[in-house]
Design a protein around this ligand. Structure first.
Ligand SMILES: Nc1ncnc2c1ncn2[C@@H]1O[C@H](COP(=O)(O)OS(=O)(=O)O)[C@@H](OP(=O)(O)O)[C@H]1O
Length: 415
């Protein structure tokens, strides 16, 4: 019988996929394909294929009938193994979550929360280190839970609006401060900047709350977005949300801050002009400062502060020295913890000075955890700025700095 006959025969008898496979296999000369029973006269069900395709003489088992070619069978087996392996991985991951997550966090741990658990890439590690820190709280001071002003007091983890915000200043050392305070077992913070009050305000307060990590019991939530300090509408918006909000401002010599800002812009390819070209313009006879340049304008701290003081009293603000944060992180952390009403648990044992980086880095309470320095974008090498440029900037900032000192009641020694 010829190929055409096979096709005609098969079509007469309700073609099946087996029939087509057979046809294709015949065309390709594949003799390994099991012969289908479709289209074979009932009286001699097992013999017909022998005459059709040489080499296919063995009777067709029901197993052969329904399964694919050996090559395809191999693929299918591989796929099954892969599926099984994935299922195993997912199950192991879930098991690890349940083992490593602190008990009080387990209450609400479902698959929807897994995304949150992974946020910032280090939730579990931080929770564990937090727990270890918590165990260091002397029994005497355990009622600490009541000391934290805005705790939700609930054993079930929930997302809370922040009770404190690091509002600035950009390039002041805000990331370092946030990472330091996050070592505290009672502090939770989102890893990235929220920009709610300046960029995403229209998304609403529920969106903002949903960005926050889960907090339980006595934990407080903190976020940091340094652009808040200099954005016009932000003080009012924060006030409308919570007039008791605690505000933390890391201030740094405005000249170093401007250079740091400029260095960042250059490293991101946002500027290819020299610092002095950005900072000055000429009116023909004199070199004047271009105060419309953001890098300089942000450093007018007292002016920005005035806008905040319209809504918040000074007592609700803490000014952290960016310089001291580098040279004496423990001293600054003492102040921050006191300001937040937290027991002083973040202390000298958590810091070491990394001479290669030139900045303090964090030691983890768990000896197995690697010490952690901030990333490469923090602590960049600054370009050399000519002394006359520095002198002119110094002169410019002098009165603004003095005003800041008198408002805050602290000399930051920038002059
Ligand atoms: N421990 C530690 N490690 C690294 N860097 C440290 C640290 N403490 C403070 N700083 C200083 O922080 C500067 C960056 O400030 P910010 O984190 O506020 O920058 S940003 O506004 O979030 O971009 C950064 O500025 P640059 O030195 O210009 O990179 C640092 O000087």
């Amino acid at each position: 019988m010829m190929m055409d006959e096979i096709i005609v025969n098969a079509e007469d008898q309700m073609p099946s996929s087996d029939t087509f496979l057979l046809v294709i296999a015949s065309m390709e000369g594949d003799t390994s394909l099991p012969v289908p029973s479709v289209g074979i006269p009932e009286k001699e069900p097992q013999t017909r294929p022998q005459s059709l395709i040489p080499g296919l003489s063995s009777p067709i088992s029901s197993r052969q009938k329904y399964f694919l070619t050996p090559a395809k069978r191999k693929d299918a087996a591989l796929l099954w193994r892969l599926l099984f392996f994935c299922a195993f991985l997912i199950f192991s991951f879930y098991l690890c979550l349940r083992i490593w997550t602190p008990h009080d966090q387990l209450v609400n741990l479902d698959w929807l929360e897994v995304g949150t658990v992974i946020e910032s890439g280090s939730y579990l590690m931080e929770e564990r280190s937090s727990l270890q820190l918590q165990q260091q709280i002397p029994r005497r001071t355990r009622p600490l839970r009541q000391q934290v002003t805005a705790s939700n007091g609930s054993p079930t983890p929930t997302r809370q609006l922040p009770q404190a915000i690091i509002i600035g200043v950009k390039k002041g050392g805000t990331r370092a401060l946030l990472e330091y305070i996050r070592m505290h077992p009672q502090v939770r913070a989102p890893g990235s900047e929220m920009h709610f009050f300046d960029r995403h305000y229209e998304r609403g307060i529920d969106w903002y709350r949903n960005q926050m990590p889960l907090t339980s019991g006595s934990q407080i939530t903190i976020e940091k977005t340094p652009s808040y300090f200099v954005t016009r509408d932000v003080p009012k918006r924060v006030y409308q949300m919570d007039k008791k909000m605690k505000l933390i401002i890391v201030v740094r010599d405005p000249i170093t801050r401007a250079i740091s800002d400029y260095t960042q812009a250059r490293s991101k390819g946002r500027s290819n002009r020299d610092f002095h070209e950005m900072a000055f313009y000429s009116n023909g006879t004199h070199r004047l400062l271009d105060t419309s340049w953001g890098a300089l304008r942000i450093g007018l701290y007292s002016q920005h502060l005035d806008k905040w003081l319209k809504y918040f009293p000074l007592e609700q603000m803490l000014f952290v020295s960016g310089e001291e944060l580098i040279h004496n992180p423990v001293g600054q952390m003492d102040k921050v913890q006191e300001f937040l009403g937290l027991t002083k648990l973040v202390g000298p044992q958590h810091f070491f000075f990394d001479s290669k980086k030139g900045f303090p880095c964090l030691k983890r309470p768990d000896a197995q955890m690697r010490p952690r320095c901030l990333g490469k974008s923090k602590g960049r090498q600054h370009p050399h700025i000519a002394p006359d440029v520095i002198a002119q900037l110094r002169d410019f900032y002098k009165k603004f700095n003095q005003r800041l000192y008198s408002i805050v009641g602290k000399d930051f020694h920038w002059m």
